[in-house]
Design a protein around this ligand. Structure first.
Ligand code: BTN
Length: 325
């Protein structure tokens, strides 16, 4: 799919606004005119402005904002994040690539892909990553103890929630890492780290944000409980400027993380979280814990008060709200 799409785009760009017929494109790619039309439809859905006239053919009037490094770096206000960007049209998982290259990369290097074919979520789950989202991994080298690496998940969640709130949407954070709007997930974060003895060599912050996809682009089994920024705002989002804003916000939060007591981040995170005070059910690989979420520890663990009034701290797990509010 990716390759054929790119070849159609290239052919239309090369034609410089003179029409290219479906037949010509079909011959070039070795596919039928109907298939060409389907690709054109999917390109249009992704924001390519392509005029089509049955007699003359297709004309590319404008291209969408792809996440090309030059586009992102032009006007980027950060000093650390995004100085180097590895861009891919399609990968298995940006986190997997980031982990492969992290040892030899500078802190702040990004891996970005338009599409992930093997996007990974927490707890071994799949992360659906079609065209139109932001799938990005940030390589960080904070030199912190491994047990503090999960704090960076909260840092990233806070940055995503802040940048979405700046767009006028009431986004909230569900422990540990879901950024939601109106109770539906718009972003997930997968933090992976490598450590020697106790210090981390690197942390890879994998962030997936559902931006411009139509909900129908998300397979039905994943759709319930998910949303996209486009669906919530009712308008197409300029991904490049959104990503620039997000990187700036993430850098600000990261600087606070490195220079201030963690309580600063934690308090801001708690103010945006909709988990505290809820009846929750948290599933870990070994068991299920139920009770009321009453706090989050400085290491990002959820504190649950159980029916017998004892408290338990859960460092990782899948959290479900027992009742909706
Ligand atoms: C979750 O909520 O389960 C976490 C989802 C994390 C998805 C992002 S997309 C970019 C990066 N690459 C991956 O394979 N996963 C993360």
């Amino acid at each position: 799919m990716g390759d054929k799409r790119s070849r159609i785009i290239k052919a239309l760009k090369d034609a410089q606004e003179s029409p290219v017929s479906g037949e010509e494109l079909g011959l070039k790619l070795g596919i039928s005119r109907t298939m060409v039309w389907k690709y054109i439809k999917s390109l249009q859905a992704d924001g390519y402005e392509i005029e089509s006239s049955p007699k003359r053919g297709y004309v590319l009037k404008s291209v969408p904002q792809l996440l090309y490094p030059e586009e992102i770096q032009m006007g980027l206000k950060t000093t650390l994040l995004g100085k180097k960007i590895h861009y891919f049209e399609e990968v298995t998982s940006t986190n997997s690539i980031a982990k492969e290259i992290a040892a030899s990369e500078e802190e702040g290097t990004l891996v970005i892909a338009e599409v992930q074919k093997g996007g990974r979520g927490r707890m071994g789950r799949e992360w659906v990553s079609p065209h139109g989202g932001i799938w990005i991994s940030v390589i960080l080298k904070p030199g912190i103890p491994l047990r503090h690496a999960s704090r960076l998940t909260l840092v990233a969640g806070l940055a995503v929630a802040n940048v979405i709130r700046n767009m006028g949407l009431d986004s909230r954070i569900k422990w540990p890492n879901d950024v939601r709007i109106n109770g539906k997930k718009v972003c997930g974060i997968l933090t992976e780290a490598k450590a020697e003895v106790d210090r981390v060599d690197y942390v890879v912050l994998g962030i997936g944000i559902n931006v411009n996809m139509d909900l129908k682009d998300i397979p039905e089994s994943f759709r319930a409980g998910s949303t996209t920024l486009k669906a919530e705002l009712g308008t197409h989002i300029k991904r490049v400027s959104f990503l620039q804003d997000f990187l700036f916000e993430l850098e600000q939060q990261y600087i606070l993380f490195k220079t201030q007591p963690f309580s600063h981040i934690l308090n801001d995170w708690l103010a945006l979280s909709d988990t505290i005070g809820r009846e929750v059910k948290v599933t870990t690989p070994s068991r299920i814990i139920e009770g009321k979420a009453v706090g989050v520890t400085p290491d990002g663990a959820l504190v649950i008060r159980k029916a017998d009034d004892t408290k338990e701290e859960i460092i990782a797990g899948r959290c479900i709200y027992a009742r909706s509010r």
